[in-house]
Design a protein. Structure first.
Length: 393
């Protein structure tokens, strides 16, 4: 047991409380560890692809593909962070004394397509990662940024850039990566990370779903950081892993929600009833929380109010839109909220559930909107900021 754990345990005993959770953020499914668990073979396959960089040569572009919750982002982010920090030079380049010397160095950068959602934003994000001088956010065109990046990558520099969440709704596509980086392909290659690229013209490294034993290890490690000693046993963690079926995002979200349920009940351990409640709070086949947190604040406030509404106030999209627009945290008209709900449903962030009332006329059958993501985690991590609090619900 770490020294801080020993001190915390005695403090809890001294103040007469019996806390279960030490650090709830340790169970955050959007948080990536610097050392991924259970992904050694995947890391080796990625390093095989990137191996030319250790000789000062530019690796070929490739894709990293896999289902939601397989840990694609976690593995690539951790690997690129370590590569950029290895024997850092002024630009964080990889150099080695064990291989033949070369005048070229290879650098690594990572950007998120959820933020860099256009060619301009993509170029700016890459420049911000490799340039010493500040990169303007406005007042320059896409061509000027492309020229500047090409100038940065002179004969002595090579760059491999990982672009996460490629091909999602409202993010750049694989084709955009090609067209954006085409003029500098002799000095820059990319690693595109996404769910699938059916028409990909570059090779892929597949990240499969977690095996159950590996997912148990992931959840156990997070629980040891987030919960007090003996806050959950191996069998209960295994229940979560079995339910999650290889999806670490959903497994962590269920464990997070179970911890919230147990804490709210004043329990000192997470048991099967808490796990059942935690799993019920995570929609099967739902949207990842990373996509939700990447939304503009106004849309996150809409989602927060939607999650807080009584089912009677969500009997239809129109009724829900009226109730959301009336909330003091939402500065949008009912018509705008209704349009936003339909757009979020098209993106899979909101689920439209059949009301079962039938449809006697033309048009869409009546549906009611429901959040298609773990709302307990979203709420406790402050997804809507300070505008919507649990005390208002």
């Amino acid at each position: 047991m770490r020294l801080t754990d020993r001190i915390d345990r005695r403090r809890r005993r001294g103040d007469g409380t019996h806390r279960l959770v030490r650090d709830l953020s340790a169970l955050n499914p959007t948080h990536h560890l610097t050392e991924p668990v259970g992904r050694g073979p995947t890391l080796e396959r990625l390093l095989d692809r990137l191996d030319p960089a250790f000789d000062g040569r530019l690796p070929e572009s490739f894709c990293v593909v896999g289902p939601k919750g397989a840990g694609k982002s976690a593995v690539v982010a951790a690997l690129f962070e370590h590569l950029a920090a290895t024997a850092p030079t002024q630009h964080g380049a990889i150099q080695t004394t064990t291989r033949a010397a070369t005048s070229a160095v290879t650098e690594f950068a990572a950007v998120d397509a959820r933020a860099a959602d256009s060619e301009f934003a993509l170029l700016r994000a890459v420049l911000a990662a490799v340039a010493d001088d500040a990169v303007p956010e406005r007042g320059v065109g896409t061509a000027a940024l492309r020229d500047r990046l090409r100038d940065e990558l002179d004969r002595s520099r090579r760059l491999v850039v990982a672009v996460d969440h490629v091909g999602e709704s409202k993010t750049v596509t694989l084709e955009t990566l090609d067209s954006t980086f085409e003029e500098m392909s002799s000095a820059l290659s990319y690693v595109a990370v996404g769910r699938a690229f059916p028409d990909a013209h570059v090779e892929s490294v597949e990240v499969p779903r977690y095996e159950r034993h590996a997912l148990v290890d992931v959840l156990t490690g997070r629980a040891s950081d987030g919960l007090v000693r003996d806050g959950i046993d191996h069998e209960t963690v295994s229940e979560v892993a079995a339910w999650a079926d290889g999806d670490a995002h959903d497994g962590l979200a269920a464990l997070f929600s179970a911890a919230v349920t147990a804490t709210d009940e004043g329990a000192t351990r997470i048991d099967s009833s808490h796990v059942t409640a935690g799993c019920d709070a995570v929609p099967k086949g739902g949207c990842s929380l990373g996509r939700v947190f990447a939304l503009p604040a106004s849309r996150r406030r809409v989602l927060a109010v939607l999650a807080s509404l009584d089912p009677a106030d969500c009997s239809s999209v129109t009724v829900a839109a009226d109730a959301i627009a009336a909330h003091p945290s939402v500065d949008l008209s009912a018509a705008t909220v209704k349009r936003v709900l339909y757009e979020l449903a098209d993106d899979g962030i909101v689920r439209r559930v059949d009301t079962g009332l039938g449809d006697d006329g033309p048009g869409r059958p009546p549906t009611r909107p429901e959040p298609n993501f773990p709302t307990t985690v979203f709420d406790r991590l402050g997804g809507a900021g300070d505008s919507v609090t649990r005390s208002e619900r």
